[in-house]
Design a protein around this ligand. Structure first.
Ligand code: SF4
Length: 180
């Protein structure tokens, strides 16, 4: 199937993202080293969420799954901070990004047969994830992060000609969608 990157970019901007661009599929390399960073559990989500490692599947499974997609889009939300400790803007930008991400994911799922949506940060759809005691409450509406799959996000941006860092006192969240 052929996709129109410009049309998808317009859709992304309409959904509230700051920037979007075609993802270079050669950059979709799932790395054990990135998984190791998850294992360090700095975000306190490792082993506590269905959409984080180890529950989200192995690097090998991600690699196998990604093979069936022929096109990708990167989407970003950038926030301007008042100073280096402007956690309010970081939080607001993160929430804005997640809302745009879920909205576009739903649109793409309605339009195309099969997509792989990879977000920024752990799935925070529920106040408390059901992992590991009960199945995920919203399997169709939850998603893993690019990092959880093992993608080195700054490298993916660089190879896709989109900035990863928008300069001093900015915060940028990056996610992507793979389409068949
Ligand atoms: S939707 Fe809820 S149960 Fe499912 S992974 Fe996200 S937080 Fe966990």
């Amino acid at each position: 199937m052929r996709y129109d990157a410009e049309e998808l970019k317009k859709l992304a901007l309409r959904e509230g993202f700051t920037a979007a661009g075609e993802l270079n599929l050669k950059a979709v390399v799932f790395m054990p080293e990135v998984r190791d960073m998850c294992r360090a559990d700095k975000c306190s989500a490792y082993g506590r969420n269905w959409r984080c490692p180890p529950a989200c599947g192995s690097i090998e499974e991600a690699t196998e799954r990604a093979k069936k997609y022929s096109f990708g889009m990167l989407v970003q939300t950038v926030g301007k901070m008042e100073d280096d400790f402007d956690f309010e803007t970081i939080e607001e930008t993160s929430k804005k990004h997640a809302a745009s991400f879920i909205s576009m994911m739903r649109i793409l799922k309605g339009k195309y047969d099969d997509i792989l949506a990879m977000g920024a940060g752990t799935c925070a759809r529920c106040k408390q994830c059901t992992y590991p005691d009960a199945p995920c409450r919203f399997p169709e509406d939850s998603y893993s992060s690019m990092e959880a799959y093992g993608l080195w996000v700054s490298r993916v941006c660089e190879l896709s000609s989109l900035p990863y860092n928008y300069g001093k006192q900015t915060i940028a969240f990056t996610s992507c969608y793979l389409l068949k």
